[in-house]
Design a protein around this ligand. Structure first.
Ligand code: ME8
Length: 507
């Protein structure tokens, strides 16, 4: 079972292209595993408790519950706009979550990992994180570059310090636990500096989940938020599924929340006696004009600003092809237009038009199922298709660019194949009718394979092409090991349709 998660986002504003990036990679990877034939559970959601949300509600003159209820719809709308296919959407205000957080915190308490203490120090409300004076940059939060607040309260503490050695052992024994390596090294360095116990509750806030042993305090928002991954797996409401589904295959996160996921969360799981995730996959920031795209950013870009021009598929393609998972990536409108026109309108769109046109013009859309693809011209096509299929493995390691590069080499080879075999010449010579059938069949077969291979990234275009090809079911039905292999295009009727990716004219 592939259980894969995105962070649960703060519903303090609608999702922007940065928030959508993590969600999009998770969706493409989930679709890839479904295409392979694996059972998948992919989950996203919202992180509704904590001071940040309580303050946002206060600023708008509504209760926190009213506030989160009014924002959550934007998340559903945005994910629908981008064709996301999640199995679950968790809200931390749900019963199933409270019913998971309380017993898990109780387990940590029973393990002797919780004690009462006094907390005083800098707190960044935007991060919902405690900092030490040394971690601040010019006295400000290192992530948000904003003023921190000094918080001072009697709280419950979690004995994080107890887990340093076990965490280091786990990281050493499981090289895949944190990826990429730069993040893994960062985590090792952080743990080696020594972990300090951390406040796990708030007494000055009521917008949270009460501690089971002290209902005058609520859980510190990260202690409740991280546990969402256990809640969504069915811990309290579907124990049979939980047994099947736990542990997580991969948590996808941005680098801003690396420590919470790679250092705090595993320590909490060890304390609560649950297995650790297989992997924490960390990506960089999406930058706009060199700045992190963020909710407070004046130049904030929303998916709904881009989808009307590029379509959901064009949107998905750009971010999965041009932003590598790991380092920071830059977004620019011009870059997105260039990529769309070059790859989607030209390479892919023209190939589809051309091949369907000739199949309809020369064979009325009915090309016989010739299986002989042994001619020299076909050899390159067949080999490139096999490489493209192999490159799709990149999805298993979040290397979406690698997977798409492979498919585009196939489209390049198919375009070259059509040029080299020149069906328009073959069609003029009745003696070449058999060769024309072979060529048309191979060209259609490369479109069929291409539709399968792009389906995790561009599900809608893949299915439109599938329908034009006259094939039953959907391009992503799989299993990939069968449908992704270059074989014989079946004797079906293909039709021409509207262009999949009309060119974007730049004024
Ligand atoms: O941290 N580039 O929520 P959040 C790339 N609720 N990814 C970005 C991004 C950018 N410019 N901006 C945001 C929280 N993200 C907590 C998480 S999980 C148990 C709790 C993505 O709304 C990226 O995945 O601040 C980042 O880690 C996440 O949004 C932060 O979302």
């Amino acid at each position: 079972m592939i259980y894969l998660s995105t962070p649960i986002y703060y519903p303090n504003d609608r999702p922007h292209i940065g928030t959508a990036y993590t969600t999009l990679v998770a969706d493409a990877v989930a679709r890839y595993w479904r295409l392979v034939g694996e059972e998948v559970y992919s989950v996203t959601g919202v992180d509704e408790y904590g001071l940040k949300i309580a303050r946002a509600a206060e600023d708008h003159g509504v209760t926190p519950q009213e506030w989160v209820d009014s924002i959550v719809g934007h998340f559903h709308e945005t994910w629908a706009l981008l064709d996301m296919s999640f199995d679950d959407f968790i809200r931390t205000t749900e019963e199933r979550h409270r019913n998971t957080v309380q017993p898990l915190l109780q387990r940590m308490y029973d393990a002797g990992d919780v004690y009462k203490g006094h907390y005083e120090g800098p707190y960044c409300v935007a991060c919902e994180a405690y900092y030490t004076a040394e971690q601040l940059v010019d006295g400000k939060c290192p992530v948000h570059k904003r003023q921190v607040e000094i918080h001072s309260e009697d709280n419950w503490f979690f004995r994080w310090s107890r887990y340093g050695d076990r965490l280091l052992e786990h990281v050493a024994a499981n090289p895949e636990f944190i990826t990429p390596d730069t993040r893994r090294n960062e985590v090792i360095g952080f743990i080696q500096q020594g972990l300090e116990d951390i406040s796990m509750s708030r007494s000055s806030l009521s917008w949270g989940i009460p501690l089971p042993w002290d209902d005058s305090q609520v859980a510190y928002v990260w202690f409740d938020a991280l546990i969402n991954y256990v809640s969504a797996a069915g811990f309290s409401d579907d124990p049979d599924r939980f047994v099947k589904q736990w542990p997580v295959w991969a948590h996808l996160v941005g680098k801003d929340i690396l420590r919470f996921h790679a250092v705090l969360w595993p320590a909490m799981l060890m304390s609560a006696g649950l297995a650790l995730p297989r992997q924490i996959a960390v990506h960089g920031w999406l930058l706009v004009g060199g700045e992190k795209m963020s909710k407070s950013n004046a130049t904030q870009i929303l998916p709904s600003d881009l989808v009307p021009t590029f379509g959901a598929d064009g949107y998905r393609y750009h971010f999965l092809r041009d932003v590598s998972f790991g380092p920071d990536g830059n977004f620019s409108w011009e870059g997105m237009v260039d990529r769309y026109n070059a790859d989607l309108a030209n390479d892919f769109g023209n190939l589809v038009n051309r091949v369907l046109n000739i199949a309809v013009s020369y064979r009325g859309g009915n090309v016989p199922a010739v299986s002989d693809h042994g001619a020299a011209e076909e050899a390159v096509l067949v080999a490139t298709a096999a490489e493209a299929l192999a490159a799709l493995d990149g999805f298993a390691e979040f290397r979406t660019k690698q997977a798409l590069d492979g498919v585009w080499r196939l489209f390049g080879a198919a375009n070259a194949f059509v040029e080299a075999t020149a069906p328009w010449h073959l069609a003029k010579n009745p003696e070449m009718a058999g060769r024309l059938d072979q060529v048309l069949n191979a060209a259609l077969e490369s479109l069929r394979v291409g539709a399968v291979l792009i389906s995790p990234v561009m599900p809608s275009a893949a299915n439109k092409l599938w329908a034009m090809l006259g094939l039953p079911g959907g391009a992503g039905d799989g299993p990939l090991a069968t449908t992704g292999v270059f074989g014989t295009f079946p004797a079906v009727t293909v039709t021409k349709g509207d262009p999949l990716f009309p060119r974007i004219e730049v004024p």
